[in-house]
Design a protein around this ligand. Structure first.
Ligand code: ZN
Length: 241
């Protein structure tokens, strides 16, 4: 299914700085460009992603937050950092509640996240990072049903954060066949520019060719030059979609 739905508010929930840029920043850019309020929730600081001998986890966390903020600026999104330690993420009740709090506060129509069931993405030479699965699990469990149950977190209600029902969840890199494609032809350059902000991860590598290869592969499925693909879960239709 193909369509050009632009949510009023969207929340992207991912484990690491750069996960959004590799996967779904073309969609974020398209939505922001068309007036969506786009919020990124980055759960860990990506603070073990270095092979440099003199790097510390604290220093790297600062670098990666700055890179992520620059990447979000490229597409017009804002960032919330939860500050969890990279490499140790678990879909705990504490994290679920933090995400419920954010969902209730920002009231997204769409939550975009990964696939918690994805262990072996493609081919026989890659294992999906456990933080990616944990972040996706926590995000999905926060969306449904926790964010919408008024008896679950009475303290949040008391804080002025009543239940919120998310309309759609977009699962990136889905284990099952995608059922939804976003045309990112007009924003793929922004996506690549956003990804380039992650200098500590990319080094001298130019990501343009790889990103265009991935997204043209998805685009071919539906006749777009470049697309990002999702498994779209509809919890409650909005009229404009
Ligand atoms: Zn990652």
């Amino acid at each position: 299914m193909v369509n050009t739905y632009i949510p009023e508010r969207a929340m992207f929930i991912y484990a690491h700085p750069d996960d959004i840029e590799f996967g779904v920043a073309g969609t974020a850019a398209l939505w922001a460009k068309n007036g969506s309020k786009v919020t990124y929730v980055i759960i860990t600081d990506g603070n073990v992603g270095s092979h440099e001998a003199d790097m510390t986890a604290e220093k790297l966390a600062q670098i990666r937050r700055a890179e992520q903020t620059a990447a979000a600026d490229v597409v017009g999104a804002s960032c919330i950092y939860l500050g969890y330690h990279d490499g140790l993420l678990q879909p705990t009740m504490e994290l679920r509640k933090e995400l419920v709090r954010l969902i209730r506060k920002h009231q997204p129509n769409v939550v975009v996240c990964g696939d918690p069931t994805l262990y072996f993405p493609s081919g026989d030479n890659y294992i999906n990072h456990p933080d990616h699965r944990a972040a996706a699990q926590a995000a999905i469990d926060a969306v449904f049903p926790a964010a919408e149950m008024h008896l679950l977190y009475p303290d949040l209600d008391a804080e002025g954060l009543p239940p919120h029902k998310v309309n759609y969840v977009y699962i990136s890199w889905p284990q099952k066949v995608p059922n939804y494609y976003v045309d990112i032809t007009e924003t793929i350059d922004l996506k690549i520019e956003a990804l380039r902000q992650h200098v500590s991860q990319l080094g001298d590598w130019n990501p343009e060719e790889r990103i265009k290869e991935w997204n043209s592969g998805s685009g071919k499925q539906v006749g777009f030059k470049y697309a990002e693909s999702f498994r779209k879960i509809t919890l409650k239709e909005v009229e404009s979609s």
